[in-house]
Design a binder for this molecule. Structure first.
Ligand SMILES: [Zn+2]
Length: 193
């Protein structure tokens, strides 16, 4: 039996509260790779992620690309975001995990210098088995998004490999992602997981 993980990057944002409602209703736990700059202004949402049993991952503070920050600045950004995540667990009265998973903005490319920084911190990059174009403008068609999620699941089941779906509950500029929430709600209602 393969495991199926839903991961959400770039939040918390305006669509995150509804996404948490949808997940809670389906009793499904996910991983949120949050941006420190958004977490700082949405502490209640971060706390709710912890209370609801979700994994909170680090997506750095500012969503910088490879080469945009000095190594030290990237380390500081990661540490500041870790602090907010641990604070959320503390406020929720939930034990903070020993290791906070980390996903680099834009993913880890070949020769990505940020990987060297992660290695020096003893951290690794958490990737995905499929991205979905849920960040496009105008917002994607919900049926197509659900179809793509289902098709990826079918592929992974066929290969007998775990599935890590990468979706977005916000953006670096904290845009809403209502189509993503609608797609997740429909996908969960189909009980294909
Ligand atoms: Zn991102």
């Amino acid at each position: 039996m393969i495991s199926i993980q839903l991961t959400f990057d770039d939040g918390p944002g305006p669509s995150t509260a509804r996404l948490l409602d949808v997940l809670q209703h389906a009793r499904f736990t996910a991983t949120f790779f949050v941006l420190g700059k958004h977490a700082q202004v949405q502490p209640a949402l971060l706390r709710r992620m912890a209370e609801d049993g979700h994994v909170i991952g680090n997506h750095t503070w500012s969503h910088a690309r490879d080469g945009e920050l000095s190594d030290q600045r990237l380390k500081d950004d990661i540490a500041a975001t870790d602090r907010l995540i641990r604070e959320a667990f503390e406020k929720a009265g939930v034990a903070s995990p020993e290791r906070i998973p980390l996903r680099l903005p834009y993913g880890a490319q070949e020769g990505d210098t940020r990987l060297r920084v992660l290695a020096s911190l003893g951290r690794s990059h958490v990737g995905w088995t499929s991205l979905f174009d849920d960040w496009v403008r105008p917002a994607p068609n919900v049926d197509r998004l659900v179809g793509a999620m289902r098709a990826h699941m079918a592929d992974q089941i066929h290969r007998n490999e775990d599935a890590v779906l990468c979706l977005h509950d916000a953006s670096p500029t904290a845009e809403e992602r209502e189509a993503t929430v609608d797609a997740v709600e429909r996908w969960l209602s189909l009980r294909v997981y």
